[in-house]
Write a protein that binds this ligand. Structure first.
Ligand SMILES: N[C@@H](CCC(=O)N[C@@H](CS)C(=O)NCC(=O)O)C(=O)O
Length: 211
């Protein structure tokens, strides 16, 4: 078993994705909190791990790797987790849905971006978050509801088993709840949320489990 440390923050949705995948891989790891509110991610110590000054960072046998999706891809191929189908077209479709969250919703709603754009005070910050999260989730719902999206019958985004789309979705839903974005009318998303909640790896990765 490799020795793994996750430089983590409970509310970081990018770190939450990695916690889910570590759980799906059955890997034990040490979680070290990098407190974003205390700006620990901008400390020299953390910048040595990640020059971007972001979490998550994973340390595997003494080597650092940044970027949640790169970490997830690495774990998926190393431990054959089946988070993407072998068919290249189907895999690309699932990645497109995952990227709609990870590359479009998530960066705009990052703490530093939101603070820079709004000043970080209410009501501007909640308005900012709601403005981007709800349309982003509607687009995700449409993507995963397309007739050829599901690979098999089942409630996860792509069917019978969790994929990288679910791994990006569930932390984004946590974030949606935090900013009081209602998504109860989006049935495919709600079905995937229920299916994921039944898996220990998703439950154990929830931010409330870290505090
Ligand atoms: N693309 C990166 C994004 C990482 C990222 O933005 N992390 C956030 C927490 S979810 C962060 O460290 N934010 C600190 C800040 O905005 O100052 C990834 O997927 O790992």
């Amino acid at each position: 078993m490799p020795e793994i440390t996750l430089y983590d923050y409970h509310r970081s949705t990018a770190a939450y994705r990695v916690r889910i995948v570590l759980g799906l891989a059955g890997l034990s790891y040490q979680s070290i909190a990098v407190d974003l509110l205390e700006a620990e991610h901008k400390s020299n110590q953390h910048l040595e791990r990640n020059p971007q000054g972001l979490v998550p960072v994973i340390e595997i046998d003494g080597h650092y790797l940044t970027q949640s999706l790169a970490i997830i891809r690495y774990l998926n191929s190393t431990y054959q987790l089946g988070l993407l189908p072998d068919d290249h077209w189907q895999a690309a479709q699932i990645e497109a849905a995952a990227f709609a969250i990870a590359m479009d919703i998530h960066p705009i709603c990052n703490l530093s971006v939101m603070r820079h754009a709004t000043g970080g005070e209410e009501p501007a910050r909640t308005d900012w978050m709601q403005h981007f999260i709800r349309p982003g989730l509607e687009a995700f719902e449409a993507l995963i509801s397309a007739p050829d999206f599901k690979q098999s019958a089942g409630a996860f985004c792509a069917g019978a088993q969790p994929s990288i789309a679910d791994i990006c979705l569930i932390p984004q839903l946590y974030n949606a709840k935090r900013w009081k974005v209602d998504y109860a009318d989006l049935p495919a998303i709600c079905a995937a949320e229920i299916a994921c909640a039944e898996l220990d790896a998703f439950a154990a990765a929830h931010p409330d489990k870290l505090i």
